[in-house]
Design a protein around this ligand. Structure first.
Ligand SMILES: [Zn+2]
Length: 512
């Protein structure tokens, strides 16, 4: 009888056979099988007695938990492609949005909207300081009153009650840059009450980077909460090499007992809005005020001086490092540096004229930009820190729209191709740990990020010999290659390299 019981076939929905299983813990790969049923991983090991209507021969493929991208900007982009193909083909099955202080302020409404939309990936969100501040005090360049602070606290608390996973800041952006540390601490405490994470785009990633890292750590210390420093980097030629100074600040914070971790996208260019090229005082009080300031010759002169000073610090003569990603009034600007745009417009080949071109573009609503300002050595130093996870800082992309930073398409494939396989900066199992269980642990996302029985069946199967990012700065609209199968909550979303059209993602709420 024992024999009968033993040989009795067990049924799964999907059976993955003979894969190299990398379970997300950082442990070595092993050869084995995985059974998926009713959205869960139900068995792992040598599953000879199992059958399923769908069997995947994973011979030669890595079987890993679906990747978790903790730093994205999805707001308004989800509906452009609910299949989220740029993420899915990069192996990503879960993203966290609401970063850099930008989020919806009504988290319940947003999560309901996402549940209705049904995406191919799971999504969680933070509640963002900039939008909370805007809701209460617009883009005023001043300290909030006690009453305004309480109103902001109430929005953050409500967001946390509605399921946000934490509180984010973008302290270089308007209006977050107008806040003092005390204000951020007060609002972070409102999220800490609900055990949220403090995720920060810190006040400087260039000249004042060490002070900014310490401010983020201090906010976590005061608010008694975990901190995630977003897209850890060193910007500006004059600062290159300083990751050797800033990574130890994280190590020191952890030694002190502060749960500090970081994330990174594996590129030497950043991407953000054009406004970051201007002094923050020039961008207060809304569009009309900005346009009025930019029409005033004396103010233009002050802004030009500010911009030229920054350029000189970088040791550059032209704004060649700043490339237009998506300028809505004129698509012919896209993909060109400010220096090139300026020349295209027939203006004199001087940095002053280029600064003036930037201000003219700002008067027309500005643009998203790609800034080439980091060095490979810092990227690698940061990558080698074990509590650094990989995150795109991207969003859903639509084929052919603008010339965006390639990170939205290629972050994970680039780590696995360029940095793991080719350059051996870190090992495969280590890279996968940082794409899966580390982000899940940090943001308290339950039952994902590991290949364990009972966990949700989010899986990425890829060929470690061919996985690669194809997206480049010049030609960004290319999906990564090498991801062969993706399963999201038990449903096959990529089958033999093709998106099945399945949209089985769900929203993930704090602690659920
Ligand atoms: Zn950011």
């Amino acid at each position: 009888m024992l024999v009968t019981t033993f040989s009795k076939a067990q049924k799964a929905d999907i059976l993955i056979k003979n894969g190299k299983i990398v379970d997300g813990t950082g442990n070595s790969w092993f050869l084995g099988d995985i059974a998926v049923k009713d959205g869960k991983i139900v068995a792992k090991g040598h599953l000879d007695s199992w059958t399923a209507p769908k069997t995947i021969d994973a011979t030669g493929l890595i079987v890993s938990p679906g990747f978790i991208d903790v730093h994205t900007h999805m707001e308004d982009l989800e509906k452009k492609d609910p299949e989220a193909k740029n993420f899915i083909f990069d192996g990503v099955t879960t993203v966290i949005t609401g970063n850099c202080g930008t989020s919806r302020t009504d988290i319940k409404k947003y999560l309901d909207y996402l549940d209705n939309l049904k995406m191919s990936i799971n999504m969680a969100t933070l509640v963002g300081h900039n939008d909370v501040r805007k809701a209460v005090m617009g883009t005023a360049n001043r300290t909030p009153t006690e009453e305004e602070l309480q109103q902001m606290e109430a929005i953050v608390e409500k967001g946390m009650q509605d399921g946000a996973v934490g509180f984010s800041t973008g302290l270089i952006y308007i209006p977050g840059t107008y806040s003092k540390t005390d204000e951020v601490v007060r609002l972070a405490k409102a999220a800490a009450k609900y055990k949220g994470v403090y995720a920060s785009h810190i006040r400087s990633e260039g000249d004042s980077v060490a002070i900014a890292v310490n401010e983020a750590i201090d906010i976590a210390r005061q608010a008694k909460m975990p901190v995630e420093i977003s897209h850890y980097k060193i910007v500006g030629e004059q600062n290159w090499g300083r990751s050797k100074e800033t990574v130890p600040l994280i190590i020191k914070a952890r030694e002190e007992g502060i749960d500090a971790t970081i994330d990174q996208y594996p590129y030497t260019a950043s991407s953000t809005n054009m406004g970051t090229m201007l002094p923050s005082w020039a961008l207060a009080d809304g569009k009309d005020s900005i346009v009025a300031r930019l029409a005033n010759p004396a103010i233009r002169k002050r802004i030009t001086n500010f911009m030229l000073k920054g350029l000189k610090k970088r040791g550059k003569e032209h704004f060649s490092y700043a490339v237009v990603a998506n300028y809505k009034p004129d698509k012919s600007y896209n993909g060109k540096s400010i220096e090139e745009v300026n020349t295209m417009l027939g203006k004199a080949h001087t940095a002053e004229e280029e600064a003036s071109t930037v201000m003219d573009m700002m008067s027309n609503g500005g643009s998203s930009m790609v800034f080439h300002g980091m060095c490979e050595e810092d990227v690698k130093t940061i990558m080698q820190y074990p509590y650094n996870m990989f995150a795109s800082d991207g969003g859903v992309r639509v084929m052919g729209e603008g010339v965006p930073h390639p990170r939205s398409y290629g972050t994970n494939a680039r780590v696995l191709g360029k940095y793991v396989r080719e350059q051996k900066v870190i090992g495969l199992e280590e890279a996968i740990r940082r794409m899966t269980s580390l982000p899940a642990q940090k943001f308290q996302l339950k039952n994902i990020g590991l290949l364990c029985e009972g966990y949700n069946a989010d899986l990425t199967l890829f060929d470690e010999k061919t996985i690669n990012d194809l997206s480049t700065y010049d030609n960004p609209h290319q999906y990564s290659v090498g991801v062969k199968y993706v399963v999201v909550n038990g449903k096959l979303t990529v089958n033999d390299g093709k998106h099945t059209g399945e949209r089985n993602g769900r929203t993930l709420k704090r602690g659920v």
